[in-house]
Design a protein around this ligand. Structure first.
Ligand SMILES: Nc1nc2c(ncn2[C@@H]2O[C@H](COP(=O)(O)OP(=O)(O)OP(=O)(O)O)[C@@H](O)[C@H]2O)c(=O)[nH]1
Ligand SMILES: [Mg+2]
Ligand SMILES: [Zn+2]
Length: 320
């Protein structure tokens, strides 16, 4: 008689994916090392990774190999963050799924995070109503000039409704507040390579001892120290997902007319435009253009909006 339960389906959460193997955390806390069984194509979604960290999956244990098994099903995702590479491949990649919130880690130097990058990240998160906070890291190396820029950016994004944090993974400044707001939640850490995602996580939870990189002298950029996404439990409650640095944040299939809905400050005004299919780019009596001219909508946000609807990705060279 077959041992009862051996072939039963168990549900778990993907906590790490290296391409061919997936680590799945089971309800009893044990980790099962799984492969995919069968094809996992989700209708209408072309992504390079069929299964992402955060996915809730059904697994079946391999009766011959203890600790190993296969993923047989993916539960519907509550939400996910996805981006498209802007090189020729134009591949989409699911960064992580089933998130309570995302922290966009940004730095003004070493490396510089542009508002174009920030706004594309925010627009993607808005599609699934994933709350985003912007975490400005490396405040310990600010000059007076950078401090001024920082204050202006925090005022801008807080004004729109995005919380901003000011932290230093090096000195630990501001990290307590992050801990308060991460408790009992699944939080994604994302941003360019070298902004200090892993260093910050080490500050929050030193026993993880994640590998952190060095910033190259020549490019002032990081070198992709973290190479795959991974979810870690936090001793104070909740989970954190560390991810590899992102170079460009390309947007995945979107309708031109939908983009303004993902800019909260534009969303508020759109119904006052003369045309209900207004793209807020050239139309007469456009409430958004009027607000930009009157300084109620920031130039940089509008500039990034236009670059998104024109689908031309470029990094501004100057802060606007
Ligand atoms: N001065 C200063 N340096 C920092 C701070 N946070 C991180 N660093 C340094 O920045 C470098 C990159 O940090 P990482 O934590 O590896 O960056 P990351 O975002 O995880 O990079 P990837 O894994 O490549 O995506 C390391 O040399 C850190 O020591 C900070 O608050 N202040
Ligand atoms: Mg890292
Ligand atoms: Zn308009």
């Amino acid at each position: 008689m077959a041992e009862e339960g051996v072939f039963d389906k168990v549900y778990g959460t993907v906590i790490r994916s290296t391409g061919s193997w997936y680590f799945v955390r089971l309800p009893d806390g044990k980790i099962m090392n799984c492969r995919l069984k069968g094809k996992f194509r989700i209708k209408g979604l072309r992504a390079t990774n069929p299964v992402a960290v955060g996915d809730h999956v059904a697994v079946m244990a391999d009766p011959k190999e203890p600790g190993e098994g296969s993923i047989t099903e993916i539960a519907q995702r509550q939400n996910y963050m996805i981006r498209k590479s802007i090189n020729l491949s134009k591949e989409s990649h699911i960064i992580a799924s089933n998130l309570d919130q995302a922290f966009l880690i940004a730095t003004l130097v070493q490396p510089r995070t542009s508002t174009g990058f920030i706004d594309r990240f925010l627009v993607t998160a808005e599609a699934y109503h994933i709350p985003v906070s912007i975490v400005f890291n490396k405040i310990d190396i600010y000059t007076d000039e950078l401090q001024e820029l920082h204050d202006a950016l925090c005022a801008l994004y807080r004004g729109i409704g995005y919380p901003c944090y000011e932290v230093s993974a090096l000195t630990g400044q501001g990290v307590d507040k992050l801990i308060d707001d991460m408790k009992d939640k699944v939080t994604l850490f994302s941003g360019h390579s070298g902004v200090g995602k892993s260093a910050l996580i080490n500050q929050l939870q030193p026993d993880l001892a994640l590998r952190t990189g060095i910033i190259s002298e020549a490019h002032q950029k990081g070198k992709h120290t973290t190479t795959f996404a991974e979810m870690f439990p936090l001793t104070f409650g909740g989970y954190i997902i560390d991810t590899p640095g992102i170079k460009e944040f390309g947007l995945v299939d979107f309708e031109k007319t939908e983009v303004a809905e993902r800019f909260p400050e534009m969303r508020e005004l759109m119904n006052q435009c003369q045309f209900n299919n207004c793209t807020h780019s050239h139309e007469p009596r456009c409430a958004v253009i009027k607000a930009v001219n009157e300084g109620r909508i920031s130039q940089s946000r509008y500039h990034n909006y236009i670059s998104i609807i024109n689908d031309d990705y470029f990094e501004e060279t100057e802060w606007k």
